[in-house]
Ligand binder design. Structure first.
Ligand code: AMP
Length: 521
């Protein structure tokens, strides 16, 4: 195979992934070995080999406890996280607590038990996407250049773990970008809006596992993110799970059969429910038929759209929260939003579209871009721009992004043991950004001060995501509140955060660099 220099864009999804490349002045969505434009984010260990993608999904029924999916729901999280604990209960594969509270997936392969971190599984999916691209380009290189997308609301650990997965897959990760931003690029190029009049665009991106909402102003080649909000644990899978539980209960009531935690039976119902859910986006009722579901018993039921909506109404309503939050943060009125663009498979659901239209007082929603491919499309454009492989209009392409989560230090109040989050950079600040805060001591004659750094919106510091810490020693003796320290937070365009503190009386300075999702320069 020949060497090549094409950069690729990868949408690493919870349920499906998609890869694209910029070629001859346009984006190509690459087709996998099964002829599909999106690939199941699945890894299955059979008795003899490891399968990845659609083949892994097809074989999952035979090896339910050895078929891994939803790695994105685990990546960068702690085993003790509430969401991890609830997900584990419904997964047929085993997850245990590893070192430092890291969740580890357990599989049995060739008679041996093996442990994998979520990023290991994601790296296998990424390697599959890389192979698809290599087949298209008829090339194989040791480090293929790639841009990988993540939900904009992913925190630093989730981004770091995704980056690690990319490196493990032999990719030279040029940058990790946010999914809705990538979708906006696709929309801008499709509509040619990116190069003409300025437009305010809301991207509503609802996929299999996450919801992402972003507001951007696009025009003259500049994609300017104004605000972003979302939920990293709210997606189509949650709807499937509600339907699954409903079917299990009905089976229990009607036929007096309890499938318990049987992995094969769970998989059968999960597939049937996802299929029915998709059908309900286009028809008003559909049948769920599972022959020989469990202990030889068949199961048949009818699902109406009304029943589906009733079962999931709270989830649909929850989807509107980030929409409102995003408008508020961007200080934008609904009348100022020119286009509301639907992205992600779950955005096809009529009820969600209806609620979204209600928020925007009946505004027509944009369904012109392919909801399954837009993210990979935008990532491919960004990859080409970053690798200098573009000509014409794309040379003017500029992306201005924001911090999705607030960044700050832990501080205490006098007389209280509660340590709260002292925000230095509020969420949705334009990056690169530099902000400063002055803090002081809490106790008389304090000799040292610790600066723990967090990201997140919780008032209590330790409920947020811990990023790192450093300590200033040798503080001249003084009563509390007298010493003054300037704390500087600096985030560059690649999301590398540098935090330093300066003792104003001595000029002593110390700091720490927190490597965001950025890779090599
Ligand atoms: P994505 O992560 O964007 O690939 O979205 C995948 C999710 O979209 C999965 O949960 C799918 O079940 C869901 N999905 C795909 N097509 C439809 C549809 N027609 N109606 C409802 N959900 C869908």
């Amino acid at each position: 195979m020949a060497e090549d220099n094409h950069a690729i864009g990868i949408d690493l999804g919870t349920t499906y992934s998609c890869v694209a490349t910029w070629q001859a002045d346009h984006v190509e969505i690459l087709v996998n070995d099964h002829g599909n434009r999106t690939t199941r984010s699945y890894v299955t260990f059979t008795d003899s080999k490891m399968l990845v993608g659609d083949e892994a999904f097809n074989q999952a029924g035979r090896f339910p406890t050895n078929s891994i999916f939803d790695a994105k729901r685990l990546i960068g999280r702690r085993f003790s996280d509430e969401t991890v604990q609830s997900d584990i209960k419904r997964w047929p594969f085993k997850v245990i607590r590893g070192e430092a509270d890291k969740p580890m997936i357990v599989i049995k392969h060739k008679g041996q038990e093996k442990l994998f971190a979520a990023e290991d599984i994601s790296s296998m999916v990424l390697a599959k996407m890389r192979e698809i691209a290599e087949a298209f380009h008829c090339s194989k290189i040791s480090e293929k250049k790639a841009v990988i997308t993540v939900p904009s609301y992913f925190n630093d650990s989730q981004r770091q773990a995704t980056l690690k997965a990319g490196k493990l897959a032999g990719l030279n990760v040029l940058r990790i970008i946010n999914e809705p931003t990538a979708a906006a690029i696709a929309y801008g190029i499709d509509k040619k809006a990116g190069w003409f009049k300025k437009r305010n665009v809301m991207i509503f991106d609802w996929g299999g596992g996450t919801l992402d909402v972003s507001l951007l102003t696009i025009g003259h080649g500049v994609f300017d993110v104004k605000a972003t909000a979302g939920d990293t644990h709210l997606g189509g899978e949650d709807l499937d799970n509600r339907m699954v539980n409903y079917c299990i209960e009905e089976f229990k009531t009607k036929q007096n059969v309890d499938i318990g935690g049987d992995a094969k039976a769970l998989r059968k119902v999960k597939i049937a429910c996802e299929k029915a859910k998709k059908a309900l986006s286009f028809s008003f009722d559909t049948g769920i038929e599972i022959d020989s579901w469990y202990k030889g018993e068949d199961f048949h039921t009818t699902f109406t759209r009304d029943k589906f909506e009733e079962l999931n109404m709270d989830i649909f309503n929850k989807c509107m929260e980030p929409v409102n939050k995003c408008l508020e943060d961007a200080k934008m009125d609904i009348s100022e939003v020119d286009d509301v663009v639907l992205v992600g498979g779950s955005s096809r659901i009529p009820k969600v579209q209806e609620l979204l239209q209600e928020v925007f007082k009946g505004k027509e929603l944009c369904k012109s871009i392919n909801p399954d491919e837009a993210v990979a499309y935008g990532a491919a454009v960004q990859a080409a721009a970053l690798s200098g492989n573009v000509t014409g209009k794309l040379q003017d392409f500029t992306l201005l992004d924001v911090t999705p989560l607030s960044l700050g230090i832990e501080s205490g109040k006098d007389g209280s043991s509660e340590l709260f989050m002292n925000v230095v950079i509020p969420r949705n600040s334009r990056i690169p950004v530099r902000m400063t805060k002055t803090v002081t001591t809490r106790y008389d004659y304090q000799e040292s001060v610790k600066f723990p750094i967090y990201e997140g919106e919780n008032r209590i510091a330790r409920d947020n995501n811990f990023l790192g810490e450093f300590t200033l020693h040798g503080i001249p003796p003084a009563p509390r509140h007298v010493p003054k320290f300037n704390v500087y937070f600096d985030m560059d365009a690649n999301r590398v955060l540098s935090v330093s503190a300066e003792d104003m009386s001595t000029g002593q300075k110390k700091g720490i660099k927190i490597n965001g999702d950025r890779t090599k320069n």
